[in-house]
Ligand binder design. Structure first.
Ligand code: ADP
Ligand code: ZN
Ligand code: MG
Length: 476
């Protein structure tokens, strides 16, 4: 039997707010345990939550960027469960009436564009973190993360392959980072994904029984976990067995998923409206204000770079991988550089050198104006393309201006026709036989004369100008 995989993703994105969702505690990562806590996020009796407006603003941004309808009225719900990382014994979330509905995201896989539905986006609070001490029969709990705002983005079961799931996640991460609502860091857990997957006989409309996969902390990890799980389910179905609905944990070292628990049903959580929080009302003015402030998103920027600067799809893709890199490139062009040359230098030389130095584009030792200065020297023929690489390396090391380096090192090409002409006259006078032979048709001697000039200028003569001069003076 031929089977088709059906995949739907639930992404939790940690929002880049300064303070938590219902109190003023800091969201900063890495503080000593239980120092960013207060009676509200510790769930003490008698306290009341106060909603952080920026959490709503950020979620509206994400909703608009993914084509969702932002709901004029949404409702906070309590999701009840007992676990030591949850001091209130309920998590404030949204359930029946979330803030965003019915969006989409276009992904590209193997040259094909596919539109993936987004079912909903809702806001919720994060739980604390349990720390297990392998040397002792105890566990600790850190509540610094309790109440940190999250956005959950749920896709429709529209994805069909692990590669599509990977493409969806990368596209979504890029958008959230561009929107400056999430730092998109999967390794540190600020962008996490649960992957739901089932199989069904090819051609069947009804969905099969799914497993929910957790504990993947990289894009590749999500793809690998799905690949494994699809194989596992296919083997069960081929054997005439039934897939059980459950939550499974991915173990990246063993490359396998392991059944963790039967999947809870929604009724297990006893969702109820939170009586401490009013329904959230969002007027059209707020939505329009956020819409008018949305930045250009990666896909639109890529298309514009191809159109406006005549770049290849590949170059445009590399340059728009981050907002900072795209901004750097555009600043080089704005300073006067030719787009194609700027794109080449940024995508190969600059990115390569930054990688070698372990630096981000924001920490580049060469400013956009500085790179433009270097390109200007090449354009003007002051230095050759080869010398430019040398100057560039020095700029990366020292952060100095191209012109200063060229001057100090005496690297400037000699392009001055008058200077080169008198040099050539000396060379001709010293080599009368070669001059006669050249005039008699032995054009191969061009190389000999150029070589003489290079020797006397220590390689700094502009070869193009020298060639032209020799032809002009000796008739060629
Ligand atoms: P649950 O109630 O188990 O959380 P939901 O219906 O809320 O399930 O869906 C959660 C995610 O799982 C969504 O991304 C959805 O697209 C996906 N999903 C739902 N049913 C299936 C299925 N049979 N196979 C694969 N993915 C599914
Ligand atoms: Zn607090
Ligand atoms: Mg669900």
């Amino acid at each position: 039997m031929e089977y088709e995989a059906v995949i739907g993703l639930e992404v939790h994105a940690q929002l880049l707010t300064e303070s938590k969702i219902f109190c003023g505690c800091s969201t900063k990562f890495g503080a000593p345990p239980n120092t960013h806590v207060c009676p509200v996020c510790l769930g003490m009796p008698g306290v009341l939550p106060v909603l952080n407006e920026r959490v709503v603003e950020f979620t509206i941004r994400a909703g608009l960027a993914t084509g969702c309808a932002v709901q004029p009225r949404s409702v906070w719900a309590r999701k009840n469960y007992f676990y030591p990382d949850l001091p209130k014994n309920y998590q404030v979330s949204q359930y029946e009436l979330p803030i965003c509905l019915d969006g989409w995201l276009d992904i590209e896989v193997e040259g094909q564009t596919r539109r993936i539905g987004i079912t909903r986006i809702h806001m919720e609070e994060d739980a604390g973190k349990l720390i297990h001490d392998p040397g002792q029969p105890v566990s600790y709990v850190d509540y610094n993360r309790t109440g940190v705002p999250l956005m959950e983005i749920v896709s429709e079961p529209d994805l069909r392959t692990p590669a599509e799931a990977g493409a969806y996640l990368r596209a979504l991460r890029d958008i959230l980072v561009y929107l400056e609502v999430c730092d998109g860091n999967m390794e540190e857990g600020s962008f996490r994904c649960d992957a739901n997957v089932s199989l069904r006989p090819l051609g069947q409309v009804e969905l099969g029984t799914k497993a929910e996969l957790k504990n993947m902390n990289s894009f590749r990890g999500v793809e690998r976990a799905l690949e494994y799980e699809i194989r596992r389910q296919r083997a069960i179905l081929d054997d005439g067995g039934k897939v059980v609905q459950q939550t499974r944990l991915w173990d990246p070292d063993q490359g396998k998923t392991f059944g963790m628990r039967g999947k809870e049903e929604a009724h297990d959580y006893r969702y109820m409206p939170d009586p401490d929080l009013l329904p959230l009302l969002i007027g059209p003015e707020w939505i329009e204000r956020v819409r008018s402030q949305l930045p250009e998103l990666p896909e639109a920027k890529r298309a514009r770079f191809m159109e406006q600067y005549g770049l290849s799809e590949y170059d445009a893709g590399v340059l728009t991988a981050s907002k900072a890199l795209a901004g750097y490139f555009e600043a080089v062009v704005a300073a006067g550089a030719q787009a194609k040359a700027a794109a080449n230098w940024v995508t190969s030389d600059l990115l390569g050198a930054l990688k070698a130095q372990g630096r981000e584009i924001g920490q580049a030792p060469i400013s956009p104006a500085g790179l433009n200065g270097l390109l200007g020297l090449v354009d003007a023929g002051t230095i050759s393309g080869k010398m430019a690489k040398e100057v560039f390396a020095e700029m990366m090391e020292t952060g100095r201006e191209a012109e200063a380096i060229v001057k100090d090192k005496g690297l400037a090409q000699v392009s001055d026709a008058g200077e080169l002409e008198s040099l050539l006259q000396e060379i001709f006078a010293a080599n009368p036989a070669e001059v006669e032979a050249f005039k008699g048709g032995k054009k191969k001697l061009m190389g000999f004369f150029v070589g003489q000039v290079m020797q006397r200028t220590k390689g700094q003569a502009n070869p193009k100008v020298v060639n032209q001069l020799i032809s002009k003076l000796l008739g060629g």
